[in-house]
Design a protein around this ligand. Structure first.
Ligand code: SAH
Ligand code: F3S
Length: 457
């Protein structure tokens, strides 16, 4: 932002040196939340606000929260308590809680953190400047806006992106799947697709700002629909934009992965050959109680179709251990499935009961905490082993790598990612290469999580 921050004479004469107000935004949870924080920053920047580098320098502190697991919520409560310390120094500072916890825990928040001034749900960000103004005027009770809105897609707003190589574009909001364990449909509301014209506008803008890669975001990104445009159509239109070098998307939902999408991914080189495909469990009984809508046979067939169309494609997944009723045999099926799928990595969680969900209301949280924990350790150990074996398959190959910047280890080396989302550290053995370039790298060796190599001139 180019805002002149020097106080002018009139302000000085009035004893009121004016400076733009500053907001500090802290983000918890998924990529969609990161994108929402960028959106809030954009909305406030449009009103003349600046970004504060630390909570201590801010006029307003926003904590953008996640409610997916209880642990995430507890972390936020701890953090909000710490931030209250800033108020002792500067009582005029406002603290806001935004996102899923605001939606889910409005009452608990006002009880446990009465110093919070703003409670703002994921569909109310357009009203952020107004809500802040109201909070500044009131200062006693919190200003609360947690209305969910079936229409809101934040069309026409420009997020302030964080620096990096990939630009996040939310193409869908909410979720309609209602998996029995999951709070998201309640906190983020009904599924809506962002109009294609808006998605394309944002992608063009990202290209102009120099982002070579875009990541399309949605809770079930591939169930995207807007009028007669489906997800494959949208990805194809994004790929047609000149300057887009790479396209990623997350997370697709297994039952909405169409043959049309597989065919597009196979023929479109800009679409990365990597899919995060959450399976959650290897047991049909557990999947049924989760209401995921697929069986293991169907999931297996989908992976087979994907791998037949794109040999070598990398797949990662999400696993939950200790879902209600999960027996040792169910759990063993999860381990067996993991060994069969050979994912490059996985996000693995202990089941966490979420108030308001079907599982909370109807299914006893009957797997003891220590068993959930022990199963989690077992899936993590297995995945570590599988991941370490899987990464070796890249050794000896030449892979296109998008240069992200200097490696953390040494300024003489670059760091970047392969199509399959694996980090590669490689020598600056060819001059003229820049951040954002796609280069071919010969992979010489692998550690458990990182590849190492040389640019092929
Ligand atoms: N839309 C995504 C999931 C969003 S939540 C999808 O299904 O593709 C991200 C992950 O958190 C889920 O895939 C699931 O593995 C995990 N998760 C969600 N609710 C949970 C709960 N109550 N307990 C434990 N893990 C949970
Ligand atoms: Fe949650 Fe299932 Fe939607 S995990 S986000 S309800 S797809």
């Amino acid at each position: 932002m180019n805002i002149d921050t020097s106080p002018n004479l009139i302000d000085l004469a009035l004893g009121q040196p004016q400076r733009p107000r500053r907001v500090f935004i802290e983000t918890y949870g998924c990529q969609m939340n990161v994108a929402d924080s960028e959106l809030m920053a954009g909305i406030l920047q449009g009103e003349g606000w600046e970004k504060a580098d630390a909570p201590e320098d801010a006029d307003v502190i926003l904590v953008n929260t996640c409610a997916v697991r209880e642990k995430a919520e507890e972390r936020v409560f701890g953090r909000v308590a710490t931030l209250n310390g800033v108020k002792y120094q500067r009582p005029d500072v406002l603290i806001g809680v935004t996102g899923c916890m605001a939606e889910h825990l409005r009452d608990k928040l006002t009880e446990r953190a009465p110093w919070v001034d703003l409670i703002i749900g994921p569909d109310a960000y357009r009203r952020l400047p107004d809500l802040i103004q109201q909070a500044e005027a009131v200062r006693t009770d919190p200003i609360i806006d947690i209305r969910l809105d079936r229409e809101e897609t934040y069309e026409g707003l420009d997020p302030v992106r964080k620096e990096g190589i990939t630009g996040w574009v939310s193409i869908q909001r909410g979720c309609d799947k209602f998996c029995t364990f999951c709070i998201v449909p309640y906190t983020r509301g009904r599924e809506r697709g962002v109009p294609p014209r808006e998605v394309l506008r944002q992608v063009r803008q990202l290209v102009e700002e120099g982002y070579p890669e875009v990541t399309l975001l949605g809770q079930t990104v591939n169930s995207y629909r807007y009028e007669d445009v489906d997800f494959a159509d949208l990805v194809e239109a994004v790929a047609a934009i000149e300057g887009v070098k790479r396209i990623r998307f997350t997370s697709p939902y297994p039952i909405d992965f169409t043959p049309k999408l597989i065919a597009l991914m196979a023929r479109e080189p800009k679409v990365c050959k990597y899919i995060h495909l959450p399976v959650q469990s290897g047991s049909d009984d557990v999947l049924d109680r989760m209401r995921r809508g697929y069986t293991i046979a169907q999931y297996r067939q989908l992976v087979a179709d994907i791998r037949a169309a794109m040999p070598g494609i990398a797949i990662s997944t999400d696993i939950i251990t200790g879902f209600p009723g999960e027996t040792e045999d169910d759990f063993q099926q999860t381990l067996d499935l993991m060994a069969e799928l050979r994912c490059s990595f996985a996000f693995m969680f202990k089941y966490s009961e979420r108030p308001g969900t079907f599982a909370h209301k109807r299914l006893a949280d009957d797997v003891p905490e220590d068993v959930k924990g022990e199963r989690l350790r077992r899936v993590i150990a297995l995945q570590e082993q599988l991941g370490a074996e899987e990464i070796q398959r890249w050794v000896g190959r030449v892979e296109p790598v998008l240069v992200e910047g200097d490696s953390r280890r040494s300024p003489d080396q670059w760091s970047g990612r392969t199509d399959a989302f694996v980090t590669v550290v490689f020598d600056k053995n060819v001059p003229g290469v820049q951040r954002g370039d796609l280069v071919n790298v010969r992979i010489d060796r692998a550690s458990a999580h990182t590849l190492f190599g040389q640019i092929v001139p």
